[in-house]
Design a protein around this ligand. Structure first.
Ligand code: ASP
Length: 321
């Protein structure tokens, strides 16, 4: 009896110790450079999350190695709810790509919920002499061995889309890795690289403003809004081509349950925020409102993604030490 009483007093005081959370700023680590699509989602979400979480939110960009540097940092951070990670599909592709990965995707994080799903677009430098997708195919055939394709490093969304694209069209390109597709976009606009496949959250404004050329979208269905004019790669002859990028939120393993519950509740509220929906929809992204905002379903979804992507990556013979 005494033991039971002591145990429940101990449980109560652990809960009580976190009752004040958050009482200082919460950092969200973005594992890519500022100005890119993951950064954009994080900054828009931070706006919506600030009030329900009742905290100041700081975004820290830790770009490099396809997002694995930022993810490693969070996996080793204090599990106190003050350092969180906002990452994308790369969290599920890194186990197959990196031989010396410093974290275990399914074991070293607490899952907080999925945030959004984002299609991708195949875009090019503004002076690339191809007016549409059919012209691009001809241009690629005439320029074999000379084409550069920008990406955000091995395992990034742009890398995966590019990898799938190159293997489907059977054209080898020289990949040029950046710390994020924010800086890659600057070089594409400047004509230093030829092509890139990137999330609509980074490309819509540049396409609409005529800063880059756009040839196709990565989903099997055409998009709405200003990108409705773009054909899908599937309808352009690459039957079945379909890539959608998702983003989710994570905390270091061992973060107290009381803290995780507070963050998850705040995340659910933020994902209903009308302004957040408006911003995401304007850029072609779809906010997740289904069960995957729950930790268990989010984790299962990522486990399924690991199972889906690992054989594709292994078959492509891609890896990094
Ligand atoms: N869109 C990038 C990628 O290719 C990441 C980023 O810069 O947000 O994964």
């Amino acid at each position: 009896m005494k033991k039971i009483l002591l145990a429940s007093v101990a449980a109560l005081s652990v809960g009580a110790a976190w009752a004040d959370y958050p009482d200082k700023p919460v950092t969200i680590v973005v594992p890519f450079a500022a100005g890119g699509p993951t950064d954009k989602v994080a900054r828009d979400l931070a706006e919506a999350l600030r009030k329900p979480l009742n905290a100041t939110i700081v975004i820290e960009n830790v770009g490099g190695a396809g997002g694995t540097l930022g993810a490693t940092k969070v996996s080793k951070a204090a599990p106190d709810g003050y350092t969180l990670l906002l990452h994308h599909i790369g969290l599920s592709t890194s186990p197959a790509l990196y031989r010396n990965l410093q974290y275990k995707t399914l074991d070293d994080f607490e899952y907080l919920g999925l945030i959004n799903e984002v299609p991708m677009t195949l875009i090019a430098r503004p002076n690339l002499p191809a007016a549409n997708y059919a012209d691009l195919v001809k241009w690629m055939a005439a320029n074999k061995g000379k084409i550069n394709l920008a990406n955000a490093g091995l395992g990034s969304a742009s890398h995966l889309c590019g990898l799938l694209y190159m293997s489907t069209v059977k054209v080898d390109m020289t990949t040029v890795p950046y710390k994020g597709t924010g800086p890659a976009m600057t070089d594409l606009i400047g004509g230093q690289v030829d092509l890139m496949c990137d999330q609509t959250t980074n490309t819509t404004t540049q396409i609409d403003g005529g800063k880059v050329k756009a040839y196709a979208v990565s989903t099997t269905k055409r998009l709405g809004g200003s990108l409705a004019k773009l054909p899908t790669l599937d309808e352009s002859g690459l039957k079945g081509f379909n890539v959608t990028i998702w983003h989710g939120m994570y905390a270091p393993k061992g973060t107290p349950k009381a803290v995780l519950e507070k963050i998850n509740t705040a995340l659910k509220t933020a994902l209903k925020d009308a302004e957040f929906h408006k911003r995401e929809e304007a850029l072609g992204a779809v906010v997740v409102t289904d069960g995957r905002v729950n930790p268990a379903e989010h984790k299962k979804f990522v486990a399924d993604e690991i199972a889906k992507w690992s054989p594709i990556i292994k078959a492509a013979g891609q890896y990094a030490d």
